[in-house]
Design a protein around this ligand. Sequence first.
Ligand SMILES: Cc1cc2nc3c(=O)[nH]c(=O)nc-3n(C[C@H](O)[C@H](O)[C@H](O)COP(=O)(O)OP(=O)(O)OC[C@H]3O[C@@H](n4cnc5c(N)ncnc54)[C@H](O)[C@@H]3O)c2cc1C
Length: 453
Amino acid sequence: MKSYDIVIIGASAAGTTAATTAKKFYGNKSILIIREAQNVPIPCGIPYIFGTVGDPMKNLIPVDNIMKANEIDVLVDKVVEIDKVNKIVLTANEKVSYDRLVITTGSMPIVPRLKGNNLENVYVVKKDVAYLLNLLSFTKEPKDIVIIGGGFIGVEMAEELKKHNENHNVTVIEMQDHVLNLVYDTDLCIFAEDSLKNIGINILTNERVVELVGEKKVSGVKLESGKELKADVVIFGIGFVPNIELAQNANLEIGSMGGIKVNRYMQTSNEDIFACGDCVEKFSFFDKKPTGLRLASIATMEARIAGANLFKNFRLNHGVVGCFSTAIQGKCFASAGLTTKDAKKMGYNIVVGNAESVNRHPGLMPGGDQLKVRLIFEASEGRIIGGQVYGALSGGELINAISAFISQKINAEQIALFQAGTHPALTASPIAYQLVNAAENAIVQLRSCKGSM
Ligand SMILES: Cc1cc2nc3c(=O)[nH]c(=O)nc-3n(C[C@H](O)[C@H](O)[C@H](O)COP(=O)(O)OP(=O)(O)OC[C@H]3O[C@@H](n4cnc5c(N)ncnc54)[C@H](O)[C@@H]3O)c2cc1C
């Protein structure tokens, strides 16, 4: 039997980060990472293999290189059991003992209970290279493609499939009022829908799929409204559930939303077993209630906590802020923290500051593009609780600064007075810097809120 100080199950975003963090904090401990698949796709890159990247083999996490550089051992095998009494993991072929174990078994795509969901050519967005290769080759020739779910994954898949073959007839079906409705304010959702419609993607909102029809292969999709769409391919993009089978079989506690229950140090109900990433239960940074948000940014943050805390508590989890971004037709759509809708639902009185400007100075510098920033503040203390960015692609980095402001509970005055580095070739002018001006715009309103009390 092999024996290691630290064993990590899974080698995607969370597992890889937990392993390298453990190495940084406990350099003298022996570490083994176990992954079931030879090739681990970059999950966030999956939609892009259908258009921009073009091949699942070009979208892989270089796990072996990262582990070699960090002197961490790798085993390619499936873990089938955790024996927490004897502190052993059993793989299909081996037994490995551990002192500390980290579970990062991730998540699996949801397949809803719908009549016809087992027909041929009904797909999910699976983190599996062979499966993705099959979908890629099947969608080479023009097809009627129906994507169920208008979240990030559905929208990104739609745009990239259209790039894969512009003669595809692609339809996105969303049961909410708008695509991306859970993460953006309505105006941004509408911008996103318009951009997709401009390239010929059909968007059906407020529509619910009730049945997939076909003999052996799928041939159509029936909607609650009575409409029926032709479909050669159906792709579900309606979310992911935590992969907790191993943890459940080891009798580790499971949370109310179906993830492995962990404490603020990412420790499970067994103190020698940690867990992080999509497989664990999460709580909101704002109201500390369980949340179903699952993102690579959250998985890696949690992995940095788990890896650091394996033998001593160095780091504490403060909960999920939620920072999303995507690009549609060359424009950034990004969001951090609460949207205006969510903030109101959570009972906050809010003030919203907006600013828009070109992201270069002068605006005719190469790469010049409009960039709009919206900041959402709680009205009494003026602390930032959300933000959205739309337009120039540089917004994809700006949203990360907003996410940091939120997690540090910075107020509008502090944002208005922070010293932003600006340059003609890189940013808006210091006079028009959107982040600062959105805060200034909110400060005017915050003052009048207080003045009227
Ligand atoms: C299409 C798509 C696009 C996305 N885009 C974004 C984005 O733009 N930004 C963002 O922040 N997030 C994005 N996400 C979410 C993000 O990918 C996940 O939050 C992230 O992958 C979670 O990482 P993880 O390591 O926890 O789990 P996973 O990525 O699910 O990895 C779990 C790993 O564990 C392995 N494993 C499971 N069971 C066993 C076992 N018994 N033995 C050995 N190995 C095992 C699996 O094979 C897998 O490699 C996207 C997800 C998808 C699917």
